[in-house]
Design a protein around this ligand. Structure first.
Ligand SMILES: NC(=O)c1ccc[n+]([C@@H]2O[C@H](COP(=O)([O-])OP(=O)(O)OC[C@H]3O[C@@H](n4cnc5c(N)ncnc54)[C@H](O)[C@@H]3O)[C@@H](O)[C@H]2O)c1
Ligand SMILES: N[C@H](C(=O)O)[C@H](O)COP(=O)(O)O
Length: 368
């Protein structure tokens, strides 16, 4: 057995979107970007659709040639899918020039760029399922997810493990891993923003801002800033929920009744964390210059600010999971699939972050 580091697994997500495009752009041997990581790269996709997409990108003059990859048939339903795959892959004579190993998960219906077909949603969910199985058993060092169209999975009736509506990778991997709580964080050169709540309608957010949710979020951020980013004493700023952090209770009481009492527990324990701050004040240069991570109460309080400082150059990661999961910062970009207009920078950053975290991880034992 060759002593190689464990693979990074990329899920390409929605086949009608740009997930395959960005893998192909990084995979082209002439650029060799996937070889930067000194790890095998495994990719989940429909093999026929990947070939067609590569041909489309050559026709669009984005790729000079088709990158080489090695296809493995994947029996996603096998209980020991991880062992089967490792066996299959180690028995193959894989060309050293292969940019990646493609784990073939066939689509039910033909793939048309930019056109969602919910007949293919099960295949998207299968990619997540196999990614979880391979990560939880330490077969792969990390999962790096490409974009999926949440509405396509919902419209196809795909549910999370607890029977609720599919809402995102974050919730999917949390439930599959049996975690009570994980935290969505997006990170770029300008800032790191973690969220107390993720994919919820705005009207449901106040009820989700409980003391326990805030406490668990802060603890996970502290733990993962230490473990994954090597910051022993992270400096954390926390947004209030209401305008002006409630203006002393005149514009909402969650800060006084729920958020600040929890933050005070951490302050008393010596953690470098603020009380609830007005979000518009927190997201100014002076405050951001003195902070390692921001905790925002909800998706569109934190993410628009962060993405305005580096959309396309940002990584989405899940804190608190038993394995490493990073992701691109963008969606399916249906308008760009097959056109060559999709930037692969965020995928590269997501791979880079996953690779660095895996290199630091104590469980990164040599495998296949
Ligand atoms: N990681 C994920 O799975 C993820 C992340 C965000 C959004 N989504 C999903 O994607 C779908 C579409 O969402 P949206 O339209 O709001 O966002 P989007 O990111 O797909 O598109 C927003 C705009 O940015 C452009 N764009 C996106 N990625 C690009 C890239 N790599 N290079 C160049 N331009 C790019 C698009 O062409 C579009 O104009 C939704 O279903 C949403 O839930 C998924
Ligand atoms: N909020 C995420 C983002 O802007 O990147 C996006 O919805 C994806 O979420 P998941 O990683 O949970 O699918």
């Amino acid at each position: 057995m060759t002593e190689k580091k464990r693979p990074l697994l990329i899920t390409t997500g929605e086949p009608a979107g740009i997930g395959m495009d960005v893998v192909l752009v990084l995979g082209l041997a002439a650029e060799g970007k996937l070889q930067d990581f000194a790890r095998p790269i495994w990719v989940t996709a429909d093999a026929k659709a990947m070939q067609t997409r590569a041909e489309e990108l050559v026709a669009a003059s984005v790729l000079k040639s088709i990158p080489s990859w090695h296809t493995i048939n994947t029996d996603i339903n096998a209980d020991n899918v991880d062992v089967n795959l490792v066996d299959q892959i180690s028995q193959q004579d894989i060309d050293a020039d292969s940019a990646f190993i493609l784990l073939d998960i066939p689509c039910a219906a033909p793939v048309v760029c930019g056109q969602i077909n919910i007949a293919n949603s099960a295949m998207v969910a299968q990619q997540l399922d196999i990614a979880h199985k391979l990560a939880i058993n330490n077969t792969v060092a990390a999962i790096v997810t490409g974009p999926l169209q949440k509405s396509a999975l919902i419209d196809a009736g795909i549910k999370l493990l607890d029977g609720t509506m599919f809402s995102g990778h974050t919730e999917f991997f949390m439930q599959q891993s049996g975690c009570e709580k994980v935290v969505m964080m997006l990170a770029n050169q300008a800032m790191k923003v973690a969220l107390v709540t993720t994919h919820l309608p705005l009207k449901d957010i106040p009820a989700a801002i409980t003391a326990e949710n805030v406490r668990q979020t802060v603890q996970i951020v502290i733990d993962d800033m230490r473990e994954k980013f090597g910051l022993a004493q992270p400096r954390i700023l926390v947004c209030g929920l209401n305008p002006h952090a409630g203006e002393g209770g005149h514009l909402g009481s969650e800060e006084i009744e729920i958020i600040n009492p929890v933050l005070q527990e951490f302050i008393d324990a010596g953690v470098n964390i603020s009380e609830a701050m007005p979000a518009d004040t927190l997201f100014t240069t002076r405050h951001l210059a003195n902070c390692d991570a921001v905790i925002a109460m909800y998706h569109d309080q934190g993410l628009p600010v962060l993405k305005s400082h580096g959309f396309g150059d940002t990584v989405n990661l899940t804190l608190g999971l038993p394995y490493i999961r990073t992701s691109v910062d963008h969606g399916t970009a249906l308008d760009l699939a097959g056109s060559g207009g999709a930037s692969a920078t965020s995928l590269y950053q997501a791979l880079n972050m996953a690779n660095e975290m895996a290199d630091k991880s104590l469980i990164d034992v040599p495998a296949v």
